[in-house]
Design a protein around this ligand. Structure first.
Ligand code: FES
Length: 142
């Protein structure tokens, strides 16, 4: 299966790449299948994600899904961002080849990890909101 035009577009021109200085939450996750790494930065105001950026040591599908995922959560409430699934991101990209589905999980997990970090920094236990986010070093990718 070839990559969709949307995947190619987000891979060639990824949105929201970079870092946010003084980010309110930073999440880093690793993909246990391939060992690739994703870092996500969020800025939050009044429970709304006002800015989001990502950096990845990952493949083209990881770049495209993260690019799309960041576009989908920007301007959304934390509650809505937590509902974003890798499936919804893949649908928005008109699909991914089956062997690349695991790549899309990185973006979803990194968003959850960043939100989790945001709650932790505020002194709130994130688990009731975010659930368990696997720690990067638990995945055995490095
Ligand atoms: Fe690692 Fe795609 S092969 S994220």
């Amino acid at each position: 299966m070839a990559y969709s035009e949307k995947v190619m577009d987000h891979f060639a021109n990824p949105r929201n790449v970079g870092e946010i200085e003084n980010a309110d939450g930073i999440g880093e996750v690793g993909n246990s299948k391939c060992g690739d790494i994703m870092k996500m930065y969020i800025k939050v105001e009044d429970d709304v994600i006002t800015d989001v950026k990502f950096k990845t040591f990952g493949c083209g599908a990881a770049i495209a899904t993260s690019s799309m995922a960041t576009e989908m959560i920007k301007g959304k409430s934390i509650g809505d961002a937590l509902k974003l699934t890798n499936k919804a991101v893949m649908e928005a990209l008109d699909g991914l080849p089956p062997v690349k589905v695991h790549c899309s999980v990185l973006a979803e997990q990194a968003i959850k990890a960043a939100i989790s970090d945001y709650y932790t920094k505020k002194g709130i236990d994130p688990e009731p909101f975010v659930g368990k986010v696997p720690e990067c070093d638990e995945c055995g990718c490095h």
